[in-house]
Design a protein around this ligand. Sequence first.
Ligand SMILES: Nc1ncnc2c1ncn2[C@@H]1O[C@H](COP(=O)(O)OP(=O)(O)OP(=O)(O)O)[C@@H](O)[C@H]1O
Ligand SMILES: [Mg+2]
Length: 345
Amino acid sequence: MNKRFIEKKLKEVLYPGLDKDIVSLKCIKKIEPSVDKVRIEINISNESVFEQIETQISKLLENDFKFIDIAFVANQKPSINYGNTKKPNNRAPFAKNIIAVTSGKGGVGKSTVSVNLSVSLAQMGYKVGLLDADVYGPNTPRMLGLQDEKLQWNDEDKMLPCENYGIKLMSVGLTTPKSDTPLVWRSSVAISALIQFLEDVAWGELDFLVIDMPPGTGDIQLTMAQELPLTTSVIVTTPQAISTDDVSRAVMMFKDIGVPIGGIVENMSCFIAPDTGAKYDIFGSGGGEIISQRYSIPFLGSIPLTMAIRETSDAGKPAVVTDDKAQKSYYKNIAQNLLAQIGIL
Ligand SMILES: Nc1ncnc2c1ncn2[C@@H]1O[C@H](COP(=O)(O)OP(=O)(O)OP(=O)(O)O)[C@@H](O)[C@H]1O
Ligand SMILES: [Mg+2]
């Protein structure tokens, strides 16, 4: 059996989690067949999927060779160097500015803010990409009406980001068979996927790359700070005390690792009744201002809790693309304040 024939057969092996085979993705470094033996060298950046690929290949060729030697050859890309955020790598040289949207707590509105901030920047005429770094709960595709999109590749085997409302999006949610398929990945795998989303995606030139972080202060936040020269970050909070405690942790983490903080956004700051327009401070008030003063970081603005924001966002239409002037203004204001903070406006 010759090399070409083996390569043809290997096209049946799909890269785990993706709809593309290992030959097209150029994962095969070498094929060395002899009479009853074949050696195949696999070159991938994500070692943790090697076992799955190995099993698939062994099964595929078990009737053709007595001995099958499948070797993992490490990819030459620079390794992730934990502990150095002072001089981070730059895995996104295509982006002029990189903004991380984070908070110590889940469910406070990071993704909603990321999406609306990105679209606001695009509406100002900037070229914007949104990287959904929430590998385990990717909901930006739904928020942008892209949940049924499937990944496409260009001729250079780079993934193409999906686009809507003038921004480009890359999210693990676009790679799973269904938008609610759960991912059971170790954090090293999640991080490799994110690095791939930076390096192996045809983003084109961007003025802004916005990163929607997962909740917490963990590996992904740290890796992004080590692998990207973050221009600034936005910390999202809600006014409750518990939330502000968690947010304090996020602020301290970013300060500790040297990521500039562009400011704080207070989301769900009050409830505006849709029928009467009356304002209620359901979660208390002033949490954002407290954090802003305590840590001397700018206050970028607040966003009330409104049914319209939740409804339009869940329906794939961010507030800033609706006709609702009030909803739009909260995010536009925040985008402008942030640009002023980084010296662009
Ligand atoms: N100002 C708001 N008014 C009403 N609903 C909101 C507002 N902001 C966010 N939401 C809703 O709250 C829910 C959580 O928001 P979102 O997903 O943006 O939070 P998150 O911080 O990204 O969550 P996670 O930590 O799970 O990633 C969503 O259903 C969203 O539509
Ligand atoms: Mg989120």
